[in-house]
Ligand binder design. Structure first.
Ligand SMILES: [Zn+2]
Length: 325
């Protein structure tokens, strides 16, 4: 199943490159790749770029903390997830056109925060990505926003093989699991544990830069989950509607044939094309009624089922000549 989460650009500065004293210069150095990083970046570039041509920053992609959706990544799956994110692209859509600014994850790492424990009582663990983008042109706008701390949120997506129930350990909501996310069972809040990472997708800077802080997390949460739920409901409904439509088409086709045949029998003087045109313009319900009326009319005057009559007799009545069904 596909998972999309909001994450944050890591504002933490790097040690040696950031003496912290002189703001601008230190910042610039912190966002310029080291020689080792440059080697990693060159695995993804067509030509060897110089350090000053590139801007690098870090972003926390996901962690093992339970989020507002009542979901958390399984700690054991984070290294795999980190691996899957290497080489994935990021998008910054600054003019409303998709894919205006492309950046790439050139390295990821699983990091721990000593002393910090998650709500579930585990040591806090996160996947942090290092991202590069070429400086200059339209990139400067994004770089300025990252530097200013405005562009802080990114949306990341991945696919996991299993969403496990934290209470019973079964696939959440399946195989007999009736626990509900967010409800408390035996003193523990039920949540979905996202396990077995299968794929990682691109990330993007969220369209509307939100205020850093509480509002950010709120903006995600229910709405996104609801959207997902709607998406799946819609898919099911669409499938059902498609089946119904197919049934409907078959039913209408049968009615049409029946009505045309009956019209030919009931009103032999009616030109074939005209009966067909009349029938085609009717709604399915009208068609059913018309077919019935034609049939009862035909039953009065003419043999309704000429196939039961001897071939010669049907020919003789002239019915065959009007059969166009
Ligand atoms: Zn359960």
């Amino acid at each position: 199943m596909d998972i999309r989460k909001q994450a944050e650009v890591d504002g933490e500065k790097r040690g040696p490159a950031d003496p912290g004293a002189d703001g601008g210069a230190a910042k610039a150095a912190a966002n310029t790749p080291t020689a080792a990083e440059l080697r990693l970046i060159h695995r993804f570039t067509r030509r060897e770029l110089r350090a000053e041509e590139l801007y690098v920053f870090r972003v926390i992609l996901c962690d093992n903390e339970t989020d507002r959706d009542g979901e958390r990544f399984e700690t054991a799956g984070l290294p795999k997830l980190a691996e899957l994110f290497v080489g994935k692209t990021g998008l910054f859509d600054h003019s409303g056109k998709s894919g205006d600014q492309v950046m790439r994850i050139y390295d990821t790492e699983v990091i721990a925060a000593p002393g910090r424990t998650t709500g579930a009582g585990e040591p806090y663990t996160a996947v942090r990505a290092k991202v590069y983008l070429p400086r200059g042109g339209t990139a400067e706008e994004l770089i300025a926003q990252i530097d200013a701390g405005i562009k802080k949120e990114v949306s990341v997506g991945c696919a996991v093989g299993l969403a496990k129930c934290s209470v019973c350990g079964k696939p959440h909501g399946r195989e007999g699991c009736r626990h509900q996310k967010g409800k408390v069972y035996d003193g523990a809040v039920c949540c979905r544990i996202l396990c077995d990472p299968a794929d990682a997708y691109e990330f993007s800077f969220v369209a509307v830069p939100a205020q850093p802080g509480a509002g950010v997390i709120k903006r995600r949460g229910q709405t996104e989950e609801a959207a997902e739920r709607w998406a799946s409901v819609r898919a099911e409904e669409l499938e059902a509607l498609r089946e119904l439509a197919a049934d409907g088409r078959r039913y209408r086709g049968e009615l049409l044939r029946k009505a045309r045949r009956a019209a030919g029998l009931a009103l032999p003087q009616l030109p074939g094309g005209l009966a067909e045109q009349m029938c085609a313009g009717l709604t399915t319900e009208e068609l059913a009624r018309a077919a019935e009326a034609f049939e009862s009319q035909a039953a009065r005057g003419l043999p309704l089922r000429p196939q039961l009559a001897p071939q010669g007799e049907a020919q003789a009545t002239g019915v065959a000549g009007f059969k166009f069904g």
